[in-house]
Design a protein around this ligand. Sequence first.
Ligand SMILES: NC(=O)c1ccc[n+]([C@@H]2O[C@H](COP(=O)([O-])OP(=O)(O)OC[C@H]3O[C@@H](n4cnc5c(N)ncnc54)[C@H](O)[C@@H]3O)[C@@H](O)[C@H]2O)c1
Length: 458
Amino acid sequence: MQFKKKILCIGAGYVGGITMAVIADKCPEYKITLVDIDYEKIDKWNSDELPIFEPGLDEIVKRRRGKNLFFEKDMQKEIKEADIIFVSVNTPTKNFGLGAGMAADLQFWEKTAREIRRYAESDKIIVEKSTLPVRTASAMERILSANDKDVHFEVISNPEFLAEGSAIKDLEEPDRILIGYKDTSSGRKARDEIIEIYAHWVSKEKIITSNIWSSELSKLVANAFLAQRVSSINSITPLCEKTEAEISEVARAIGMDSRIGNRFLNPSIGFGGSCFKKDILNLVYICRYYGLTEVADYWEGVVKINEYQRERFVKNMIDAMFHTLANKKICLFGFAFKANTSDTRESSAIYVAKRLIEERAKLVITDPKALNNAKKDLRGIDQNVDYIEDPYEASNGCDAIAVMTEWDIYKELDYEKIYKTMNKPAFIFDGRNILDHKKLFDIGFNVYPIGKPALVHF
Ligand SMILES: NC(=O)c1ccc[n+]([C@@H]2O[C@H](COP(=O)([O-])OP(=O)(O)OC[C@H]3O[C@@H](n4cnc5c(N)ncnc54)[C@H](O)[C@@H]3O)[C@@H](O)[C@H]2O)c1
């Protein structure tokens, strides 16, 4: 089949895989190919068991794979053939050298730029899809243009705002598409080509453009603002616990103020996921680099509150269970960093599990989608950890349940049945405030919500 344009995406992870599947679905006249250095991942994308779980993804991949959506291993060939190359490789926090623990590790991204330069034989548009520090596009341009070929690379920034768990909907009905470009004739031409892709299904008013630096920075700032809302509501939870105010009532009262809005006001054990922490730390690092100490300190506080909230949760468990967890059996309900995903990167459950292991508790972990990742996260320290998918079986014989992930199934379980099989006194620590606390208390549990007084029988 003759395709109108050939799009390549380098990096077939969460963002690359899902965004390209949706673009392929919406633009049948474009050929979309993904490559990755991880060949096992490419094999999985070509199999019946995709490398990631995301609601609705299986159907789209099945519909488009082999028609205009391809997962390939020959990067050289694909770079040569592509008109537009999206770069969606990972940009984790650097864990060595200058900026360790703060700055973005750009080695994967830089390697990609060098591969493109090496294999390209014709002009290409390079789209930054990864989240990158502000002004990365200029470094990308410098690497790409350090060639002796007669090839022009136009770099465009097009950050991705999807949220895992609702990614397909976020892509199909985005709040906005942001395209950052250089205001030159080739920059404007490239901008229009990217607009043309999204215009297949996104209305023109929702496709906004800006200069490249604003676009790069907007992604970091969007994540910083979202994470800040989580930390802001969480910072009020200990005060509620001390004063008999209830966080859900406070959240409702402030959320009805249209200036504040009601989203992202759920109290929890803290945010997780691969992006929030790394993007804020990256923002903090850039601010420190430019000598903006007060600004850096302000945003770093968001991460500090998150760490405080996780540790507070563990400390509450220790205090409630008579100051020792040694040899107690604790069941973690959920391990994914949020519901409807198999992703456990930076999940608060990892932190809580590690702390409970340090306290010599025995753990049983249950999760409908994330047990394979949980096993990887706790590899080497899980001698006293069992992984059991069925929550009834998992909680059998346990002293406590700790809710880590807001999966709907945990709201619908038969807690009378669970209570009967647990050690007494039985405890529930609801790290997501999703359960009916009064009902659990009436069944016999000692219940510890977040930001509300505990309901305790003794
Ligand atoms: N996960 C999210 O919710 C989300 C949302 C918006 C933006 N982002 C950003 O998107 C980027 C990708 O995130 P992700 O969650 O998809 O990461 P991921 O780890 O799931 O995927 C990245 C992929 O890139 C591959 N890769 C690395 N170096 C490569 C190279 N040189 N050539 C080919 N492939 C290479 C890796 O093998 C991996 O499969 C990050 O910058 C992230 O901050 C993520």
